[in-house]
Design a protein around this ligand. Sequence first.
Ligand code: A3P
Length: 290
Amino acid sequence: LRKMTEAELYSVYKGVYLPTHLHPAESLKYCEEFTFRPDDILIVTYPKSGTTWMQEVVPLIVSEGDLTPVLTVPNWDRVPWLEEHRAILLNLEQRPSPRIFATHFHHHMMNESYFKTKPRVLYVMRNPKDVFTSSYHYYGMASYLVKPGTPDEFMEKFLDGKIMFGSWFDHVKSWINAEEKESILYIFYEEMIADLKGSVEKIAKFLGKSLSQDVMEKIADHCVFKNMKQNKMSNFSLVPEEYMDQKKSEFLRKGIAGDWKNLFTEAQEQRFNAVYKDEMKDVTFKFIWD
Ligand code: A3P
């Protein structure tokens, strides 16, 4: 994979770059024809915003703190990405409700059944400077992605949306402007860092689950970074090194808010701020990092 060119590694789907290796044409077709149920739970993120974390938290809320699903099933089968090649193999039609899925799709990429059924959505957002930083390290270790180059080079691609799943700005704007707001819970990575138990409580409430304080405590404790990092079913250690070289950078890398400060030069910060300001000029939504 590492020898492939950018054109070979990526394909364009509904105007957005996708790594072809993970999202072959038959997977995208499967996704287009997928039938949602009203009680499905969808974790929607721009990559590197806390997807894996939610793939741990939400199953534990649904299981009311029973650790079995997160200790026995890899995160990608426990909460499969609908657009990924594995989804076809998992017999998702037969899964009992509530089914839990993940997707990195922008709002306009969702299928007809989504707009008709309006399943519950947890939309997780993270400071884009930290998304950039996390992505920079991830692109360096995942062989199915185009190498990031220097931070300057990768920043231009990031700001221009010339990376997998396109522009962070377009992604976030598409979901915060969704019409079906009553079925979406907007949540920030940074608020989960600041108060994980509070976030568990908020998500449980949205999902209509009433959990005891003890159970919420147990879930939050299991899902803190250092504990989750030990979970083989969630730390991507089952992925062969030829796809993810975790000697270069671990998938569960640092798990903090504000790591961008260790990467950005002052010039890069200014460049990022200028594009952010322009891209977000018409947005009234309040972000935790502003
Ligand atoms: P870093 O690279 O900044 O460490 P995604 O799952 O969407 O790809 O996002 C990956 C990012 O979420 C990584 O960020 C990873 O470390 C972080 N993450 C995963 N689980 C976490 C947890 N329990 N607590 C804090 N951060 C977590």
